[in-house]
Design a protein around this ligand. Sequence first.
Ligand code: S3P
Length: 438
Amino acid sequence: MSGQEQSNWSSRPGLPLHGTVRVPGDKSISHRALLLAALAQGDSHVTGFLEGEDTRATAAVLARLGVRIDAPAPGERVIHGVGLHGLRGAEQALDCGNAGTGMRLLAGLLAGQAFDSTLTGDASLSTRPMRRVIEPLMRMGARIDSRTGLPPLHVHGGQMLHGVRHVTPVASAQVKSALLLAGLYAAGTTQVVEPHPTRDYTERMLAAFGWPIQFAPGRASLAGGHALHAADVAVPADFSSAAFFIVAASIVPGSELRLPAVGLNPRRTGLLQALQLMGADITVENLQDNHGEPTGDVVVRHAPLHGIELPPGLVPDMIDELPVLFVAASVAEGRTIISGAAELRVKESDRIATMAAGLRALGTSMAETPDGAIIDGGRLGGGRVTSHLDHRVAMSFAVAGLVAQAPVRIDDCATVATSFPGFRDIANHCGFDVREGR
Ligand code: S3P
């Protein structure tokens, strides 16, 4: 992590939120652009690249594997692809930092190489379950050692991979993507079937880089033995980063915010539907097709929110936005019931437990269930909460501070830089009052 190890914040009510908020590039797409461009033949130019610690960790891993990556300007990368078989082994362990996406996708990609690799990560990543990728990759012929299914992962090279049909028990774009990346190196067809469709960025980008692939919501299949060709990628603004501002403007009276050119892939925007069910005033303008990805300006005005029973079918489409939805629910009128979200327990922190602990410290009545929560809305008080090294938990509590009756003091905010460098400045610019220090 960067030099912000001890970063603690306090967040308190500021002004009504106003103006135009430009959030950084999409994390999921930035990771995939690096990985596919590295394996392509030729030079790929990426714009809108997320300058976050997670995506930079993936770039650093690729550099260690022999890929030249130039950064001509912030948010831009030129990746000099080495071709499918052009990576070379690294002597030391490859550090994925905080990034589950980086580690899981790299596990699939490295399973098909001729050399051995070791993938490591920070304290949070070292507790995250990897069996979900190890087991299906081993069914494809990969050899991966781990300590009880947790990082570090030792990925053996020189294995002959073969395609499998894998029905994922949980909806996970990371698992699907790991298998598709291994499938590039496999004999025969690799097919992934999901219980609920997940973000399909890997599939779309493989097609854009010229690899034949069949995909539809909830399924994808490809055969090995083709080549990737360099392509330019324009990364849209990250909906998950926009989400903090969408909730903030919804709950702070007098607010109106515009978030331009946000990625609106339907597999990401469940939060918009959930907030609209709660009474939010959100519109989308300038809807466009940005290289195959829908983007648009999200315009949010304050509106009184009421509790809902969240349709479980929306959960996979807003899995990263649930922490900030918990904040919205804690100031909405009435009860909100969330279920079908057990995956939250294995994110950068156990997001049900960490949000419940923090929101209760601020006076909310939030009961945990194994796969969700029951939240009775009311008023938030001030208090001290900890992010548990989870970027989205830290930013969610910064949003809570906007409507709390006393400052919300948030410990361990350095990890915000993994997905949203500059969050505090951007937030303060539109009316937040988030300060460094307790
Ligand atoms: C991601 C997939 C999701 C999401 C994560 C990014 C991706 O994880 O929570 O932030 O880029 O594929 P899962 O695949 O574990 O659901």
